[in-house]
Design a protein around this ligand. Structure first.
Ligand code: OMD
Ligand code: FE2
Length: 456
C-alpha cells in the first residue's frame, strides 16, 4: 500500500481546504498521483483508475461547464447490483409525490425532535416539500435532518441534484470522494449531484436543513449596481484537499435517483481518490463572512439583497431557488417600518432559524423550526413585531443581535408539502394566531393616523 501524504484516519488529521468558488482546482493526497498534461494516460501514476464525474452536459458553454477527474484505487463501477434500500421510508424521505398536496395556509413547524433511536444522517432525513421533477431535471426538494449517530461504512449520493446543507445543531464531518469537510452550525456546504459522501457527527447529534435542486447548480449571484464586491465573496468558499483511504470492508453505497433510494454493497471504501482535478467539487462557506448590503436611508430592502447562492432558471432573471441569509447587522432606516413588511410573493418561501430569534417573529419561530409561505400566501411580522416596529424610535440605529441567524430558501415552483410533514406532531397548528391581534388602526378624520402615530 502506498503511503498517503495525509493520515489514513480522518479523525486524526487537520483538514485543509482550497479557497475559491468553482475554480479549476487540483489536489493530490499522494505526491505525483495526478497525471501531468493529460487526463487519461495509458496507465495512471500508482496504477490508479481515472474516472470522470460530469456535472453538466459535455457541450455546456465553457463558463458553465463542470466536471472533475478522479484518480482512484478502484473505479466506482465495481459494486454489486443496486436494489431499493429498505433503510429509507419513501413516505418520509425522497421527493414529493402524487399523494402530497399543495397547501395555501401559512405553515410553521416547531423544531424537529432529536431522534430517540439510533439514527444516522440518511435515516434521519425527512422531506418537507418539493416541486418539479428530478426525472425532468427541474425543481427542488426541501428536507430536514435530525440524527444521533455517525454513518458507518456507508455513503450516500444524490443523482437527482445538488444538496445545500445548513446545519442548525452539531458539526457535520462530511467525508466525500474529494476530501473531508467539517461544517459547524453557522457554515453551509454544497455537495453536488452524484458525489458520494458519508456524514460523521463529532458532537453526537445533528439537526439541520437541506435544499436540493434538480438539474441546476448553485452559483454566486450577479451583483449588478452593487459592484464588484459585497455579499458572499468567492474567495471565502472552501473546497477540501484530496483525501483517501485504502480500506477493504463491506461498504454500503446508497444512491438516490428519481426520488428513490437504492443501495449496493461493495468490498471497499469509495473514499479511495488519491488525487483529483476539476471544477466540480464540494465546498463550504462560513455565513459569518457574508458582507451584507442594505438601506442606509429609508424603507426595507427586499430579501434578495441577502442572497448567498442562487440557482438560475433557464430564463433570464429568474431563479429556480435562492439561498438567502438574514445576518446580524445594523438597521438604520429612518422614518421607516424596519422589520420585514407584510407581503404576498410570487415565489414560495421556506425559512429556517440557525440561532437566536428572527426579526419578523417575536415568538414561536424557534431554532431548528421552519416555516413555509407558498406563492401568494400572505405573511409578515407578527402582532408584537408590528406593534414594536410602529412605536420604536426609528431614528436610532439598532444592532440586530449578533447571535441571530435566519435563512430562507426562496423557490420558484409551487411546492407540494409532504404528507408526513403535514401530519407530523411538530406542525404548529396555532401559527395563524400570531397575526390575530392585527386590529384596524384606521383613523379617517381625527386622532391617530393623521400624525403618523398608531394607537395600540
Ligand atoms: O420573513 C419573510 O417572509 C422573509 C422576508 C424578509 C424580508 O425582510 C422581506 C420580505 C420577506 O419575504
Ligand atoms: Fe416572506
Amino acid at each position: 500500500m502506498a503511503i498517503a501524504k495525509n493520515e489514513q484516519k480522518s479523525g486524526e488529521r487537520e483538514l485543509n481546504y482550497m479557497a475559491g468558488f468553482g475554480n479549476e482546482f487540483q489536489s493530490e493526497a499522494l505526491v505525483g498521483a495526478l497525471p501531468v498534461g493529460q487526463n487519461n494516460p495509458q496507465v495512471c501514476p500508482y496504477n490508479l483508475y481515472a474516472e470522470q464525474l460530469s456535472g453538466t452536459s459535455f457541450t455546456m458553454p465553457r463558463r458553465q461547464n463542470m466536471r472533475s477527474w478522479l484518480y482512484r484505487i478502484r473505479p466506482s463501477v465495481t459494486s454489486a447490483r443496486f436494489v431499493p434500500s429498505a433503510r429509507i421510508n419513501p413516505e418520509r424521505f425522497g421527493t414529493h409525490s402524487e399523494q402530497d398536496e399543495v397547501e395555501c395556509n401559512q405553515l410553521r413547524w416547531r423544531p424537529m425532535p432529536l431522534p430517540e433511536h439510533t439514527t444516522d444522517f440518511v435515516s434521519g432525513l425527512q422531506t418537507i416539500c418539493g416541486a418539479g421533477s428530478p426525472e425532468r431535471k427541474e425543481g427542488y426538494a426541501i428536507h430536514m435532518y435530525s440524527a444521533n449517530t455517525s454513518m458507518q461504512d456507508s455513503s450516500f449520493s444524490d443523482a437527482d441534484g445538488d444538496m445545500l446543507i445548513v446545519p442548525e445543531q452539531g458539526v457535520l464531518r462530511i467525508t466525500t470522494e474529494f476530501g473531508i469537510l467539517e461544517v459547524p452550525p453557522g457554515e453551509v456546504c454544497v455537495v453536488q449531484c452524484g458525489i458520494r459522501f458519508s456524514v460523521a457527527l463529532p458532537d453526537g447529534v445533528a439537526r439541520g436543513y437541506i435544499l436540493e435542486v434538480f438539474g441546476s447548480h448553485f452559483t454566486l449571484p450577479d451583483l449588478g449596481p452593487v459592484g464588484a464586491n459585497g455579499l458572499a465573496a468567492a474567495r471565502d468558499f472552501q473546497t477540501p484537499e484530496a483525501w483517501y483511504e485504502d480500506r477493504e470492508v463491506d461498504f454500503v453505497v446508497m444512491h438516490k435517483l428519481g426520488g428513490r433510494v437504492f443501495e449496493s454493497v461493495q468490498p471497499f471504501s469509495p473514499f479511495n481518490v488519491a488525487a483529483w482535478h476539476g471544477n466540480y467539487a464540494p465546498c463550504k462557506y462560513d455565513l459569518a463572512k457574508f458582507c451584507p448590503v442594505n438601506t442606509v436611508s429609508f424603507d426595507h430592502a427586499d430579501p434578495s439583497i441577502f442572497t448567498v447562492l442562487t440557482c438560475p432558471s433557464p430564463w433570464p432573471g429568474g431563479v429556480t431557488a435562492d439561498f438567502v441569509v438574514f445576518p446580524p447587522r445594523w438597521t438604520v432606516a429612518e422614518h421607516s417600518f424596519r422589520p420585514p413588511y407584510f407581503h404576498r410573493n410570487v415565489m414560495s418561501e421556506f425559512m429556517g432559524l440557525i440561532r437566536g430569534t428572527y426579526e419578523a417573529k417575536q415568538d414561536g419561530f424557534l431554532p431548528g423550526g421552519a416555516s413555509l409561505h407558498v406563492c401568494m400566501t400572505p405573511h409578515g411580522p407578527d402582532t408584537a413585531t408590528f406593534e414594536s416596529g410602529t412605536t420604536k424610535d426609528s431614528h436610532k440605529p439598532e444592532r440586530l443581535p449578533a447571535d441571530t441567524l435566519a435563512f430562507m430558501f426562496e423557490v420558484n415552483y409551487i411546492p407540494r408539502v409532504k404528507k408526513s410533514a403535514l401530519e407530523s406532531n411538530y406542525l404548529d397548528k396555532s401559527y395563524q394566531e400570531c397575526w390575530a391581534g392585527l386590529k384596524s388602526h384606521f383613523a379617517n378624520s381625527e386622532g391617530a393616523g393623521s400624525n403618523g402615530k398608531l394607537t395600540h
